[in-house]
Design a protein around this ligand. Structure first.
Ligand code: T4K
Length: 368
């Protein structure tokens, strides 16, 4: 490739479209702290996503940290090792012990049976991730949460726009968090949100993301400063106008990869489930060295040599990082499916402006 191709590239709206928003901010002098664009984006996003309440955050990690505080989670939380490290870091920052359970082999989300087996008297919540935007086995997870009186918080960082039979996955569980990082399907440069189902919870979230203030002089708890500013909220409003178009383009690219790679021996693409709408943030493939002849790492390096920068999301597993590898639940014997997937997975470039020719070139590098 003449020019490098990265795993993703944010789509930016026309700069001229953004200027009027900036002029309004300059004129009002309201730069942050629940300003007009912030309020408008919360409303528009709730409508767009088909959810009751959205609270904006400076990033997805702070949204995760705060979500655990909103529900006063303590003790042990069962979570997945197959995610971005922020998922488990949010527990660490709240002094909660992560307990890793293995993933299921179809979509790489937490395996409900393994979750149930990991419950102890100290367990207070389950923190699953809709990895790559593929919905978790929610009914089973909710049943387990109800049976054992646990909270269910979804890390839905990848699940922007994902709906099952017309219903947003963000309506599942007690809370869901989103990431609007530059690398996501919908971005506010940096950003994130908590989605909740009632006004009282939204109020608590909004207090906790603003130092714990409930009024000018009242602080109820040591909350963070996790607010999104007005420039990002305005940019978010503009991006919202384009995001359906971005998703449609991503879908086409995913279909193209699927057509070209779906039948290659030793390469697995993930199935799509009928009735599910996706946001297509990533295009993961699994490479089985014995069948394909080359390992995942060989393909990754080969692509790199051709100026194509795929990514091994998620390798290493979170349970292998120094902070977490000493935990009893981190042992590879406890996480055989996650260990295997982590060794085989490769996320190929996918973003709205990726051209068909580039997709063909990428596939040819992989299979040659
Ligand atoms: N939970 C889950 C399940 C998550 O996946 C994430 C974040 C979070 C929670 C936390 O949400 P945030 O606090 O981030 O909102 C990236 C992102 O930084 C991270 O948001 C994301 N998940 C994770 C999966 O990927 P890196 O270190 O791989 O990003 P980076 O900088 O290497 O970017 C990848 C490629 O994208 C680059 O090679 C080039 C391209 N790129 C990147 C940026 C930042 C651009 O073209 N423009 C850009 O501005 O972590």
């Amino acid at each position: 490739m003449d020019r490098p191709i990265y795993v993703t590239k944010p789509s930016l709206p026309d700069l001229q479209e953004f200027i009027p928003y900036l002029e309004q901010i300059w004129e009002s002098g309201i730069l942050t702290n629940n300003g007009p664009f912030h309020q408008q984006l919360e409303k528009e996003l709730a409508e767009f996503l088909g959810v009751s309440y959205v609270s904006l955050f400076a990033n997805g990690t702070l949204a995760l940290v705060t979500a655990l505080q909103v529900l006063r989670i303590t003790g042990e939380v069962i979570t997945t090792p197959f995610s971005f490290v922020a998922t488990t870091h949010s527990l660490w920052w709240n002094n909660i012990k992560p307990v890793f359970a293995d993933i299921e082999p179809n979509f790489f989300n937490l395996d409900p049976n393994k979750v149930e087996a990991a419950i102890t008297p100290q367990t207070t919540a389950i923190l699953p991730v809709h990895v790559y935007g593929n919905p978790c086995q929610h009914d089973r997870l909710q049943e387990i949460a109800d049976t054992y009186n646990l909270k269910l918080i979804y890390d839905a960082a990848h699940a922007f726009g994902v709906k099952v039979n017309g219903n947003s996955v963000l309506n599942l569980g007690d809370l869901s968090i989103l990431s609007f990082h530059a690398t996501k399907t919908y971005n506010t440069i940096e950003g994130g949100a908590i989605v909740c189902h009632n006004e009282k919870t939204k109020q608590r979230i909004d207090h906790l993301k603003n130092f714990g203030f409930t009024g000018e002089t009242t602080v109820i708890e040591p909350g963070l400063n996790a607010k999104m500013n007005e420039v990002q909220a305005a940019y978010g409003l503009l991006q919202l106008k384009h995001v359906n178009n971005y998703i449609a383009k991503r879908k086409k690219i995913a279909q193209e990869y699927r057509n070209l790679l779906g039948c290659v021996r030793g390469i697995r693409v993930l199935n799509e489930i009928e009735g599910t709408e996706y946001g297509y943030p990533y295009f993961p493939i699994l490479i089985n060295k014995d069948l394909f002849g080359k390992s995942r790492n060989q393909v990754y390096e080969e692509l790199k040599r051709h100026n194509v920068f795929s990514r091994r999301y998620f390798y290493p597993l979170i349970s292998q990082f120094p902070t977490y590898r000493g935990l009893p639940s981190s042992s590879p014997e406890n996480l055989p499916v996650a260990e295997k997937v982590s060794e085989q997975v490769l996320c190929l470039p996918i973003y709205p402006d990726l051209e068909l020719n580039s997709i063909i070139d990428i596939v040819n590098i992989i299979i040659k």
